[in-house]
Design a protein around this ligand. Structure first.
Ligand SMILES: [Zn+2]
Length: 109
């Protein structure tokens, strides 16, 4: 059985490894600080918008492509910036539906 935790926003039970609550879509990063891994900077286009941000790659996955191809529906970016025509927009935290992702390039750590 998988480890569960309680969403601090809506109180529903969610997986301990979740970074987004499946019920209320809140960011629940409390355990992520304890997880070992590295942040990889990527640039991607989704839903007609371009974003730059960091993808967390846990130590049990070696490459960004492993994260992209895992069975979760979302790519989670931290320190995200939206590239706009006039000026870049700081977003901070962003979950992008993989089905909407048109392309993704790795910018490095
Ligand atoms: Zn919730």
């Amino acid at each position: 059985m998988e480890d569960m935790k309680q969403c601090r926003y809506c109180g529903e039970e969610i997986k301990a490894v979740a970074v987004i609550c499946r019920y209320c879509r809140s960011e629940v990063p409390s355990d992520s600080k304890d997880r070992k891994g590295k942040l990889i900077k990527v640039r991607l286009k989704a839903g007609g918008k371009k974003y730059i941000g960091d993808i967390f790659v846990p130590d049990n996955l070696s490459r960004v492509s492993d994260v992209i191809n895992d069975n979760r529906a979302f790519i989670v970016l931290s320190n995200a910036i939206e590239e706009a025509d006039t000026r870049d927009v700081q977003i901070g935290f962003l979950a992008i539906n993989k089905n909407l992702t048109e392309w993704l390039e790795i910018k490095g750590p």
